[in-house]
Design a protein around this ligand. Structure first.
Ligand code: CA
Length: 228
């Protein structure tokens, strides 16, 4: 059974999430504080997705997210954000989260997001094995890693999936909708903006000059393209 960690200090919200994830067939590990969540993840290396509340009594959800990524984990991370503060979303994503859900959320919406991330993280069988090269980049589909000029670039699973899609479609304009559908899944409930946020983060990781991107170029009013 796939394991999901739920970090939420408000017990009513936590049990609401846990009940719904259980119903959807997930084994759920619960944490009330950031430190508890990190300890729990250290003991349970097979957790596929973590759902992290942001406002917590000890360290906040962003810090938990940062520490999870710092440990080298590429598990799926979904932030639970309060309705206030658009910046929360962006900051959360910039620290390595894959997705966010705004409170109040419907169980269907949250489960769809968890399902989508689990599929992405949870080892879909790799049809194509081997390496893909493009300019200074080497993408290993076996190890799901990216190197630029021989230097490893740390990617989240979502970022990896986006780069792979680009490298499979060089010099072809890809619409934001098609990227969203391919990477997050057709049943995804989220907003197109999540594509832009991930592209912005990817550019910081791979471009020489993020102000003048050479690898991921913008196709105005449409989407993005690999190369110019
Ligand atoms: Ca809270």
């Amino acid at each position: 059974m796939k394991q999901v960690l739920v970090l939420e200090d408000e017990s009513s919200i936590r049990s609401f999430v846990v009940i719904n994830l259980n119903r959807a067939g997930y084994e759920v590990l619960e944490a009330e504080t950031g430190e508890q969540a990190l300890a729990c993840l250290a003991e349970n290396p097979d957790v596929k997705v973590a759902v992290l509340d942001i406002m917590l009594p000890d360290i906040d959800g962003f810090e938990v997210c940062r520490r999870i990524r710092a440990s080298g984990s590429n598990m799926g991370i979904i932030m639970l954000t309060a309705r206030t503060g658009e910046m929360d979303k962006v900051t959360g994503l910039m620290t390595g989260a894959d997705d966010y859900v705004t409170k109040p959320f419907s169980p269907t919406e949250l489960i769809a997001r968890v399902d989508a991330l689990c599929r992405r993280v949870g080892g879909e069988p790799t049809v194509q094995r081997g390496d893909m090269r493009s300019g200074p980049f080497l993408l290993s589909t076996r190890n799901r890693t990216l190197e630029k000029n021989g230097q490893r670039i740390k990617l989240t699973q979502v970022e990896y999936a986006i780069i792979k899609m680009f490298m499979e479609n060089p010099a072809i304009a890809l619409s934001r909708e098609s990227i969203l559908a391919a990477v997050w899944g057709r049943d995804y409930y989220g907003e197109l903006k999540i594509v832009d946020v991930n592209i912005r983060r990817l550019r910081i990781k791979i471009e020489d000059d993020t102000a003048n991107p050479a690898y991921i170029t913008t196709v105005w009013g449409y989407g993005y393209k690999w190369g110019s």
